[in-house]
Design a protein around this ligand. Structure first.
Ligand code: HEM
Length: 108
């Protein structure tokens, strides 16, 4: 099993509204080999918010198939867009992101 996380830095105060965008189903859960997904909000940061999107997969191939699928493309079609209700003049609240891949060695 593998876990792949995407750590997203978000402008201070916008973390929870960005997290809500992950509550709707855009297909990852139906993707072959998908095991589980969690969205974590990092506590204790001062100058920005941070979300960690943690996805667990049966195999690395299953994750790679999802990344190359229409499901992934659709889920990310709006990632640069503003949070609902923000004025057109404002830039995206997303500051950056970083992906990390782990092998899962122990689960209980
Ligand atoms: C530039 C990099 C990325 C950014 C900024 C980003 C941001 C986002 C955002 C904002 C959403 C919510 C969708 C929406 O607004 O409609 C989303 C969905 C999602 N992202 Fe990413 N993402 C990135 C890459 C990745 C990567 C590498 C992974 C791998 C773990 C990932 C995992 C997910 C998952 C699992 C969903 C939910 C899909 C679903 O519900 O079917 N993202 N992403």
């Amino acid at each position: 099993m593998i876990m792949v996380t995407n750590t997203i830095r978000v402008k201070k105060g916008h973390g929870e509204s960005v997290a809500e965008r992950f509550t709707g189903s855009k297909g990852v859960a139906e993707s072959p080999g998908f095991v589980r997904m969690e969205v974590l909000f990092t506590e204790g940061l001062e100058d920005h918010d941070e979300l960690k999107v943690c996805t667990t997969w049966a195999t690395k191939a299953a994750f790679e198939a999802w990344v190359n699928s229409d499901s992934f493309r659709q889920a990310h079609a709006h990632r640069g867009k503003k949070t609902e209700g923000e004025g057109e003049a404002k830039e995206s609240v997303l500051l950056g992101s970083e992906m990390t891949t782990y092998r899962v060695l122990v689960t209980k």
